[in-house]
Ligand binder design. Structure first.
Ligand code: N7H
Length: 514
């Protein structure tokens, strides 16, 4: 090739050639690395109108930088909430720690999904992947630092009685013992994607781990998307986390450190090992739900109020047990019939307290709108404990339903024959203030928020009581709040679980995998 005589032209041509060569080189490099993943056009996440929406990647980045939070270092599931379309939980034990650490560093770390990645569809991988370790898992990895959380250190099995579980006869056998060292979460829009990624991962980790157990979760189909198996819309009242999202009216606001260890607001910040920063304690509970039995109880015991049909009376009883209608509308704002427009309005569906104007909260006996025992009042009493609301016990719920829809045979026999329920997941920086507190101190306590109101009818059980022991619940009848209702079935049955710690990516890189 003849070179041009003009020095300017030759410079331009050389630059052009160099850039073409660079492009060719980078394409070749790209091709020699991982196969190009198909681009995602559809989100991994659901977005029901009633749930707080996620911030855009830009807004989250701006909020995060204002508090010095690095969303690229925080595993994606922690701040996202109950929004996955499909999620597979894979529980494993480590059989060769040295080889596992090498794989963790080289093969798993690069494919872990960060918070930033989940916030925009174009950055989402085909299947998102997160990892968390139990105390026995950290021990297997030779991590000797204490994370400063006794419940985590002891494991969930030790906590079973404390949480109100009537022994462990109903537990999935694999959760009994300390065999589970970790859990890998796969989230995608199809079960196939989750399974394909699991197959790849098992190949990658072969000879370093053993599969212990797995559970596939899925958002319910059609217009039940976002609803749990009893039919109620879920994930409405997760808190807004400072440095991440902007609160909606009435939404609780928590400090970054309520959810993330080592951040501002983590009350044990000084005693945490440095590497634990920006990790979070993950509670996993497999909670079986007896849906036909729950429905039968509602059908058999409608609240009889003039103007309501028996079906409406049954719906009202269910709504009073939960504190919200199936649409998500709070009964505090719509006390007699469902109001789907209110339920779907994220700007209004959290904007309430249970305070009655003119009544002293501490001595209030008024349950005409919402019973003291209702699930959402037990787990977030709002102004019942005074204002401003104490945010010490807020958690980030991130679970997903599992199991099939109720079959027509089950519906007609009013008996569960196929297991379904909630793969309950929540994140917090302190188990004793978060999940453990909500379950033990509030939901299972017959005297919270007032003496004798009974346990939470959805998840509450008096500690030490046998399975299906009668549970006497106050306040479910709005015409006569002192009339107790006795439940003789546990509609939610704990199948056990484990406590995990979901570390930051840098903790995995610099500490857990070396
Ligand atoms: Fe609950 N349910 O369908 O009845 N939950 N929950 N939960 N839950 C909530 O407000 C349910 C469980 C909390 O801030 C809603 O997002 C079921 C455990 C908290 O106002 C519904 C199961 C724990 C809140 C359900 C189950 C909690 C909450 C309303 C088990 C903790 C927010 C939707 C199978 C120990 C309260 C919403 C607030 C809300 C149901 C489990 C805690 C519909 C079926 C184990 C903190």
């Amino acid at each position: 090739m003849r070179l041009p005589t003009s020095p300017l032209l030759s410079l331009a041509l050389l630059a052009c050639l160099a850039s073409e060569q660079a492009t060719a080189r980078s394409l070749a490099e790209l091709n020699s690395r991982a196969p190009v993943q198909p681009r995602r056009t559809d989100s991994i996440l659901i977005d029901p109108a009633a749930q707080p929406n996620l911030p855009s990647a830009g807004a989250a980045e701006k909020a995060a930088s204002s508090v010095g939070l690095n969303l690229d270092d925080i595993q994606g599931d922690i701040l996202i909430g109950m929004k996955k379309k499909r999620e597979l939980f894979f529980f494993f034990s480590i059989t060769d720690a040295k080889k596992f650490k090498a794989k963790l560093n080289k093969e798993i770390l690069p494919i872990l999904t960060t918070t930033t990645q989940l916030l925009s569809v174009s950055k989402q991988p085909v299947t998102a992947l997160n990892i968390a370790f139990s105390q026995s898992g950290l021990t297997a990895l030779n991590i000797t630092d204490s994370l400063g959380d006794p419940a985590f250190a002891g494991g969930q099995l030790k906590d079973a009685a404390n949480l109100g579980d009537p022994g462990t006869a109903d537990w999935v056998p694999q959760f009994v013992g300390t065999k589970i060292h970790g859990v890998i979460l796969f989230a995608s829009d199809t079960v196939n994607n989750c399974n394909n990624e699991l197959t790849k991962l098992k190949r990658t980790l072969s000879n370093t781990i053993k599969e212990v157990y797995s559970l596939q979760g899925a958002a319910r189909p059609g217009n039940q998307e976002g609803h749990e198996h009893f039919g109620f819309l879920d994930g409405i009242s997760n808190p807004a986390v400072q440095g991440f999202s902007t609160p909606l009216p009435g939404q609780s606001v928590v400090s970054t450190g309520s959810i993330l260890v080592g951040e501002e607001g983590d009350n044990l910040i000084d005693s945490r090992p440095a590497w634990a920063k920006d990790g979070s304690f993950l509670v996993f509970r497999q909670l079986k739900q007896l849906v036909p039995e729950f429905n039968k109880f509602l059908t058999d015991n409608p609240i009889r109020i003039r103007g309501l049909t028996p079906k409406q009376g049954s719906d009202l009883l269910g709504a009073r047990m939960v504190g919200r209608w199936k649409s998500g509308a709070p009964i505090e704002l719509s006390p007699r019939v469902d109001n789907p427009t209110l339920g779907a309005d994220r700007n209004r569906n959290n904007n309430f307290t249970f305070a009655v104007p003119g009544q002293d909260v501490a001595n209030s006996t008024d349950q005409t709108r919402c019973p003291f025992s209702a699930h959402i009042r037990k787990t977030r009493p709002r102004a019942d404990l005074g204002t401003p609301e104490d945010s010490a016990h807020h958690i980030m719920r991130a679970g997903i339903p599992y199991g099939p829809e109720v079959t027509s045979r089950e519906a007609s026999s009013k008996k569960t024959s196929v297991e379904r329920g909630l793969a309950f997941v929540c994140y917090q920086s302190n188990l004793a203030a978060g999940f453990q507190f909500l379950q033990r101190v509030w939901a299972d306590n017959v005297n919270f928020v007032h003496r004798g109101v009974g346990v939470d009818p959805i998840i509450g059980r008096a500690t030490g009581s046998p399975a299906n022991a009668p549970r006497v619940i106050g306040g479910l009848d709005p015409r006569n709040a002192s009339r107790p209702t006795t439940l003789t079935t546990d509609f939610v049955v704990s199948q056990g679980g484990e406590y995990f710690f979901a570390p930051s990516l840098s903790a995995i890189r610099n500490t857990l995998s070396v």
